[in-house]
Design a protein around this ligand. Structure first.
Ligand SMILES: Cc1cc2nc3c(=O)[nH]c(=O)nc-3n(C[C@H](O)[C@H](O)[C@H](O)COP(=O)(O)O)c2cc1C
Length: 186
């Protein structure tokens, strides 16, 4: 029997009604039973400060354990000033540091996929390019094709102003399937 795949979603927005969080939930639905899928909750991770790095704060240990137990990480990034968000950079900075003198950082070699959505025209392309530069530097195993950039999200909302993908739905489904294959082929 094939091993169950565990994908952890990292959403670069802490906003309750975040479109990127809603996109992560749509990705979960697209994956069906191909993989387990969990959104990482990290609002309690403190600002990086080397004065508090060792021993790691409890929230940092918790997120590191979740990443270690994941077969793949799927980023859902907003675009803030043509970049990804500060909260995401802060989380990645914590994850980029060795766990201890004998245990390396937890992102090395992890398969990564990237998607993002904006109300405007950019669809997060610039933010994603910056994120690829960072996570490649950290030795993540990035699936560069396909990535998903969704502009003008107001055109894919339902009457309750919630994300309900129409034109982008097949692309999300394709990315979900390809990410599972990408992970299985590693
Ligand atoms: C500080 C800040 C900077 C932003 N810069 C951009 C930008 O460069 N390009 C863009 O398309 N949208 C930009 N936006 C708008 C976001 O795309 C929009 O608020 C989006 O809904 C955020 O993602 P979320 O819905 O997942 O929270 C910015 C928003 C904030 C708060």
């Amino acid at each position: 029997m094939m091993k169950n795949i565990k994908i952890t979603a990292i959403v670069g927005s802490l906003r309750k009604d975040s479109y990127n969080r809603q996109l992560a939930l749509a990705a979960k639905a697209s994956l069906k039973d191909l993989a387990e899928f969990e959104i990482l909750e990290y609002a309690d991770v403190p600002l990086m400060n080397q004065d508090i790095e060792f021993p790691a704060p409890a929230a940092v240990s918790r997120v590191r354990e979740i990443i270690k137990a994941s077969d793949g990480i799927w980023f859902f990034t907003p675009e803030y000033n043509h970049y990804f968000s500060g909260v995401l950079k802060n989380l990645i900075d914590w994850l980029s540091r060795p766990v201890s003198e004998t245990e390396p950082q937890v992102l090395t070699g992890k398969p990564a996929a990237i998607s993002g959505v904006t109300p405007g025209m950019s669809g997060t392309a610039l933010s994603q390019d910056h994120l690829v530069t960072l996570i490649s530097y950290l030795n993540m195993d990035v699936m560069n094709v396909p990535r998903l950039t969704i502009p003008s999200i107001m055109q894919q909302l339902n009457k309750d102003a919630k994300l309900e993908l129409t034109a982008s739905a097949p692309y999300l489904e394709k990315q979900a399937k390809e990410f599972v294959s990408f992970i299985r082929n590693r």
